[in-house]
Write a protein that binds this ligand. Sequence first.
Ligand code: IMP
Ligand code: MG
Length: 181
Amino acid sequence: MSEITDKYRLNDVMFAREQIEGRAVEIGRQIARDYEGEEVVFIGILRGAFMWLSEIVKSVDLEVLIDFMVVSSYGAATKASGVVRIDKDLSEDVEGKHVILVEDIVDTGMTLNYLKEYLEGKGTASVRICSLLDKPSRREVPVDIDYLGFTVDNVFIVGYGLDVAQRYRNLPYITSVRVDG
Ligand code: IMP
Ligand code: MG
């Protein structure tokens, strides 16, 4: 226990490991069918997407490239100055390529809305979105999620890559947290 994990209590398991892994297999196979004969570049948004991306690609029987971006979101309050800062850009050249952006959760939609346009601006053949979770009650800008794991209510989620104050990313299941006291 640290000062941080002391502050939060984990609620009951919302999505178990087997459920998440099962959904990842379904989505991975769907992607393989949708892109038959094509090469796909998976772009994981760090840090939250690392576990979901690794689970998905195991079931994608295609030629794939895997790349990552690190972004910081500023959120709606500072939207005039641009909502997303790119801390680590792509290593691959994605011009003319089919890209799938892999995210942990779509909340306001600001991050993916921005990143999708950013990638389309690089001359990609197509850009689709694959997210582990969707929290539609919080949406501020529209985002089409092409491949979705699960929908959640307006609660704070941790586990399977998602954090609170950088903790709990390693939980092999998804749950929510509440502040104690
Ligand atoms: P958006 O730009 O508002 O859609 O923000 C998406 C990012 O906010 C996600 O990639 C997460 O890093 C973070 N986020 C949003 N909701 C949660 C949550 O419930 N738990 C953990 N992180 C979250
Ligand atoms: Mg994130």
